[in-house]
Design a protein around this ligand. Structure first.
Ligand code: PLP
Length: 444
């Protein structure tokens, strides 16, 4: 191809030109087949080229694709909000639609701050988060993210929002094991609240299962109960960022359900449109909306394309597809099947230090030695090399930095479309095993 005018993630890298996708497979313009074991960026939850979604797009486009939310509401937006309210945790009945996960977390942050203002408290403006977390690329979302690499260039522009240790049991910062650890990492929240003062803190935000910044780091059973109790006791809202985990990725509509915890605000994205349309949302609890309904009656947020009828119709069709084909109830079993196979690979390839995750959000962390758990030096670029060998072998996996220092450490995520079959999972494992073999021969 001639020179490009498109700004791509790495400017001097060659990217294959994609032609089409069907189910869990993608095909480039030269006819090469890729098994999409990462659902793109953990997004294509129902696979590629689903006819029902294409039909829903066409049907809505024939009616109306765009109306401005300050002038009109629309049937798809009303229906989608009602549907999501019914599907999600009890009190999360209000839905604010946006176009990306970053907008969803920014919106959640602003609603949390506004909630306190409407109650007459103007000092509660900080949002606490964790190291090894990612809540989005816009400046507010980055301020709440403990992703050192993505923050680095913009640090002077970011808010000073404190962070606590993540529930990273594979490398516990306290050298303890759950449940006997006493959840010290969760109790750090209390210590930091006491240091800063609860009257300065609006909310605490966390991904139920840590994605991009850690590779499916999954907290122990009681972790979120401890977190929620601390938040409640100190009058701090709990925001669950389910942009990656939501819409069934971990085996339930929201991952939070598995920790039996009720957030005050939840963010959704990725799987909501399953890659067929940009759409995301902040779900807000009745009790959070109450002072706003009794106060200014308006949320200071939103974008031109918020609650876009075309996008809402697609998201509705995605939910209908998930329900009709009973996809979410099968995720846990599929995840266990895949995890068992990956644990077998771990025995053959000792550089796979950890296999973790929930449902079809599985992380592999790589180490020089499985006993000492020493990470490979960053200069080796293991994750990047492995991903490109995987691509050569026709399998797409997702990079997820690991390591407590936020610099060293390598991890990837295996997160195929939730629609994947057993035969396709066997194909996935075959392609991955060939990748590990080739990596071992060429680089190890
Ligand atoms: N929150 C989480 C948990 C994410 O994983 C991501 C993206 O990876 C975001 C927010 C940001 O979403 P987006 O890339 O759609 O802006």
């Amino acid at each position: 191809m001639d020179r490009t005018f498109l700004i791509k993630p790495v400017l001097d890298a060659e990217y294959p030109l994609i032609d089409y996708g069907k189910g869990v497979y993608l095909y480039d313009a030269e006819g090469k087949e890729y098994l999409d074991a990462s659902s793109g960026a953990i997004t294509a939850n129902i696979g590629h080229g689903v006819q029902e979604i294409i039909d829903a797009m066409e049907e809505q486009a024939k009616k109306v694709s765009f109306v401005y939310r300050s002038q009109f509401t629309s049937e798809p937006a009303e229906k989608l909000a009602r549907k999501i309210a019914n599907l999600s945790i009890a009190n999360l009945n209000w839905c604010f639609f946006v176009n990306s996960g970053s907008e969803a977390t920014e919106t959640a942050m602003k609603i949390a701050i506004q909630y306190w203002q409407e109650k007459g408290v103007y000092t509660k403006t900080k949002v606490l988060s964790r190291w090894m977390s990612y809540h989005g690329i816009t400046l507010g979302a980055l301020s709440m993210s403990g992703h050192t690499g993505r923050r680095a260039r913009f640090i002077p522009l970011l808010e000073d929002f404190p962070v606590i240790q993540p529930p990273y049991c594979y490398r516990c910062p306290y050298n303890k094991e759950a449940p006997d650890c006493g959840y010290l990492c969760a109790h750090e929240l209390e210590a930091i609240i006491k240091r800063i003062g609860a009257d300065h803190i609006a909310a605490f935000i966390a991904e139920p299962v840590i994605g991009a910044a850690g590779g499916a780091i999954t907290p122990p059973k009681e972790y979120y109960k401890v977190i929620k109790e601390i938040c409640e006791r100190h009058n701090i809202l709990f925001i669950a960022d389910e942009v990656m985990t939501g819409f069934g990725r971990t085996g339930t509509m929201l991952a939070c359900e598995q920790w039996d915890v009720e957030p005050d605000i939840v963010t959704l994205g990725k799987g909501m449109g399953a890659g067929y349309t940009p759409i995301a949302a902040a779900l807000v609890g009745d009790h959070v909306m109450e002072p706003i309904l009794n106060g200014s009656k308006t949320i200071m947020g939103g974008h031109t394309l918020s609650a876009n009828p075309q996008a809402c119709a697609v998201s509705l069709a995605v939910i209908e597809y998930l329900e009709k084909n009973k996809i979410i109830p099968e995720v846990e079993e599929k995840g266990n099947y895949l995890k068992n196979k990956l644990m077998y690979l771990q025995k053959v390839y000792p550089f796979i230090g950890d296999v973790r995750g929930r449902g079809l959000m599985i992380g592999l962390e790589f180490v020089q030695d499985p006993i000492k758990k020493e990470p490979f030096p960053r200069r080796m670029k293991l994750t990047e090399t492995l991903i490109s060998v995987a691509q050569e072998n026709g399998i797409l996996v997702y990079p997820a930095g690991a390591g407590t220092d936020g610099i060293n450490g390598d991890a990837v995520m295996i997160a195929p479309p939730l629609t994947i079959t057993v035969k396709e999972m066997d194909d996935l494992i075959g392609r991955l095993e060939r990748t590990f073999q080739q990596y071992y021969v060429q680089y190890a």
